[in-house]
Design a protein. Structure first.
Length: 246
């Protein structure tokens, strides 16, 4: 959780469970973190780009800028609600680089339409099922031909290290799989609303590796994945709360 979370402190349960490794459990721990951030970065801004919710989970995709004029960080926050209050929180944080391989930034929506619109909830279940199957085949079972079945050939990429399109994805992921033959990818939670589907996973490159927390966000149109954002954060050696990041 980043800039200015103190504004909604009364909406959290006192036994609030925290998975951000720099923050302690409980409302008091969150208040201490928020106060520290506000004191260090009084002009910080939390610019929410998109929000989806399903069941008791709500996901926010944001650009957090602690120092005005800098690119800041890409942040995904996931909140679990219980009894009308936030009971649990996960996040994934990645600094925004100066340039990207595709020329696309880490936040914008480039697929049509490029403006916000109410999600079509009739498509949520089908889109969630498609992304769940596609992710399992591609990332869990490392089958690159899944890209031909589930991805639009010219899909738009927001990962700063990859270019858009299926050929670039095959080359990039093929190289990754070859360099990490013992890679395991374990999805922990999937959240879908309308044409957006988020997959929160633990990527481990080799046995004994602490791995990385990764949030992959997919946009689906007409039965194909047309756009992808992600945020990657290495799992640290220690945590202020002992809950792990997942």
């Amino acid at each position: 959780m980043s800039a200015r979370p103190h504004r909604c402190r009364h909406q959290r349960r006192p036994d609030y469970i925290q998975h951000n490794p720099t923050a302690a459990d409980g409302a008091a721990g969150l208040k201490a973190l928020a106060t520290s951030i506000h004191q260090q970065f009084p002009d910080a801004r939390y610019n929410v780009k998109r929000v989806i919710s399903q069941g008791d989970l709500v996901m926010l995709h944001s650009n957090v800028v602690l120092v005005p004029g800098t690119k800041g960080a890409a942040v995904i926050d996931i909140f679990r609600f219980q009894g009308g209050k936030i009971a649990e929180h996960w996040d994934v944080i990645q600094n925004v680089p100066d340039t990207t391989a595709s020329g696309n930034d880490m936040f914008s929506t480039l697929s049509s339409p490029q403006v916000s619109q109410p999600p079509d909830h009739r498509l949520t279940q089908a889109n969630q099922a498609l992304v769940t199957k596609a992710f399992d085949e591609l990332m869990v079972h490392k089958d690159l031909t899944a890209l031909d079945r589930y991805w639009d050939p010219g899909y738009l990429q927001h990962n700063p290290q990859m270019q858009s399109g299926v050929p670039a994805a095959k080359a990039g992921l093929g190289g990754y799989f070859a360099s990490a033959p013992q890679l395991t990818v374990t999805p922990k939670r999937i959240i879908a609303e309308g044409d957006l589907v988020a997959v929160h996973s633990h990527y481990v490159n080799y046995p004994g590796d602490r791995g990385a927390a990764i949030l992959d966000l997919f946009r689906v149109r007409n039965g194909k994945i047309v756009e992808h954002w992600d945020i990657i954060q290495n799992v640290p050696e220690t945590s202020a709360n002992g809950n792990g990041m997942f």
